[in-house]
Ligand binder design. Sequence first.
Ligand code: FES
Length: 116
Amino acid sequence: MDVRVGTVEEIRSEGCRVVDVNGRPVGVISVGDEFFAVSDRCPHMGASMCTGSLSGTLVPSGPHELVYGMDDRVIRCPWHGWEFDLASGRSLLEPKRVGLKTYRVTQHDGEVVLHT
Ligand code: FES
């Protein structure tokens, strides 16, 4: 099913827009020229991920070395700070056990379209 989310300009200016997909909230998030979509319900206690923040995190760059990376690719829950990879939806802390459902998003004639 395809869901029209809004115009590219609208979603870019809002940063995140929540749409209803079969009774479930999905957050469509603008980052630069790209769009991502994740479940808008945090798996911990259900906070809206759209009201959270985007940032990066420390990633390995060599043996015993970390550098800041994944800028604006990490979404942080506003309630207790759980962090998720925006592209994969996986938790940074427990990627095998915890995650947000992700969806494909495309642009067509200036519109943002969510594919479910
Ligand atoms: S509700 Fe998201 S971390 Fe607790």
